[in-house]
Design a protein around this ligand. Sequence first.
Ligand SMILES: [Zn+2]
Length: 490
Amino acid sequence: MKLDLCIGYEQRAWDGVVVPVREGTLNRLRLPCDGELQAICGQGAFSGRRDEVYRFTTLQAGRIVQYFLLGLGPVPDPETMLHSCGTVYRQCHGLSLSRVVTDLRGLEGMTPPMLQKAAEAMLLSGYRFDKYKSSPDPAGVSEAAFCCACQEEAFRQALDQAAAGGEAACLARDLINEPPTVMTPEKLAEAAGKILADTPVQVRVYGREEIRQLGLTAFLEVGKGSIQEPKLIVMTYNGDPGRPERRLGLIGKGLTYDSGGYSLQSSEFMETMQHDMSGGAAVICALWAAQARGLALNVTGIVAACENKLSATAYVPGDVIHSMSGRYIEVNNTDAEGRITLADAVTYAKQCCGVDRIIDIATLTDGIQTALGDRRCGLFTNDHTLSAYVEAGATASCERVWELPCDENLRRVLDSRVAHLKNSAMGSSVGGYATVGAMFVKEFVEDTPWVHLDIGGTAWSRSCEGIYAKGGIGFGTRLLFETMCEMEKG
Ligand SMILES: [Zn+2]
């Protein structure tokens, strides 16, 4: 989709015009269709309440044009812009309006971040995954322009930022939405290579034997029940070569399918378990966005990709497995496999990649959805300097986070009879499952500054509304990208 800025739109033919309006300001608005506007004001048909949409049709130079007045409420902010614009743009895509302009000239309090969110909403609401359908979904908007009173550099930058973040999130959705037998660890590695081809990001993929030599033994245990070979995907971006000692590690959980293994999941959960690599998809695509914007930052992205399957060769509850850190893990639940792969990925990042801080992102627990719902992820940290960047990234991306504690007293539920620790709280009635998952990862992070993002509740959408389509959300892609932008600012 083509995104553009303009200072006027009357000269060109558009199929749709979207006019975001602050509540109570309609009578001050000036539009080409002045007569209609006065009638709407006179009838009190539109007040500008948040998410209120008033649609009417005009004839302009022999052409039918759909107008959408979009209410933003009394105090519009970027987050309102993202979701309200998402709602109305979804209608535009559904009506197959090919060229849509958004008139922001009369919007009081308009800022570059609000433009950015409008443009992201256009990309995200237009996302579709129809390659396996007999007839494709109707074509949506192909050309979108945003009309501002002036074309300041800050608005141009905001549009470029939206293009990078929005496109990255759509790429992540593509990776997640592929069926699990298509998007295997090997295919995910190939996709990472393709997405990052012709970019400054170097991609290295390690197969089973190399992973064994590197020492990620716990990771291999998780993937051992599958005929699909595990792949360790390592992506290196040297955007700040003058400061080689500074390097961010981004680690994304990469379970391309999670049956739960011998601790088998119930069938209702299994249906969507292809999305257990959403963290990995976010890391791959956020790195793509970071290089597209030329961020001056050193980053290593790591995805330990494998399948958790049930077979004669799979690991079983009761196993004691060796990890790269040298510690043994008692497996009491083969469905708590993501944290085992993260344990080795974290150790690998520290020992082999020279990272000085780590952010991991993972569909780690269902408990996080119980705590925070389906639109906000959990944040756990041992370093509030680092987490402040992630909080700022959350504000900029409008992908919400909420910090939950790493309560040391919950560590006791992982005490093991035979090994350094158990991998799950199964059998304990203490609760706090998201925290326990974070505590497991923290054990391997040790003193390295670290943020853990649990996206177990926010990765998959069951409904089609606004910026969300049914299926993978790509949650965390824009969050990680904006976090890196905040870090670049220092
Ligand atoms: Zn699992």
